[in-house]
Design a protein around this ligand. Sequence first.
Ligand code: S3P
Length: 260
Amino acid sequence: MADTVMLIGFMGAGKTTVGQQLAQATNQKFLDLDDEFVKETGSSISDFMEAHGESGFREMETKVLENRLQSPGVISTGGGIIESDVNRKIIENSDATVIFLQADFATVLQRLSSDTDRPLLRQLSMKELLDRWEFRQPLYNEAADSVIMTNGKEPHKIVSELTNMLALPDNSLVSLRSQIDSLDRQILHLISERVNVVKEVANVKKQTGMSVVQNDRMDQIRLELKDEFSHNPNVSDELIDELVDLLTSTAIDKEKKMIG
Ligand code: S3P
């Protein structure tokens, strides 16, 4: 493994949790730059930002980065570290292997929904937060040696992808497979949500005495999907048929069990 692995990414991407677990799994030291900031300044990030503004925070963050970057092991960074040109140069000129933990905006919001500590979450409107997220994506990508997609993944899965990636740094398949694995998990989460809606449908059918299967509705679903995806070469009619078979048979089984 590289001497220093640096995790970058937006708030809520999992940098600290994953960093801690990666360090433990690989027997390395772990350093969180936000914690180092607090140690160095003797002030919480919220208090520091309140007293010195975000620009004051960024200046101090650069000093902490410079002082800690040579530390071997796993370093997790604050989400805004790549905003300053100076920080990006420092990171680029370092020997650290930089990994971007990517999370889509919806995932970030979900993970941060109960957070009350992060000052920017309190200060920024939803639109401003989304603007930040969008503004930073190309900067993370440019600064990173590799990208791991985290949507829908538990930390231990991300750690296992990271250890594979770090063992074979030139293997671009690892990054692509990371995207596939994330999409698979998102598809399963969506299917689980679909089953929840199916359960509500079953309750309505039970109350109104409707039968479980309405054949015309099943045919209608297929026709509409085939029409809507007719220009998408990735989604064939056969794929739609197979998927609808799977989804509807799962739903029918569930409804039959509930209605009896
Ligand atoms: C910030 C993210 C925070 C922390 C500070 C600013 C940002 O770190 O450095 O509140 O600008 O995104 P996390 O990404 O660990 O939340």
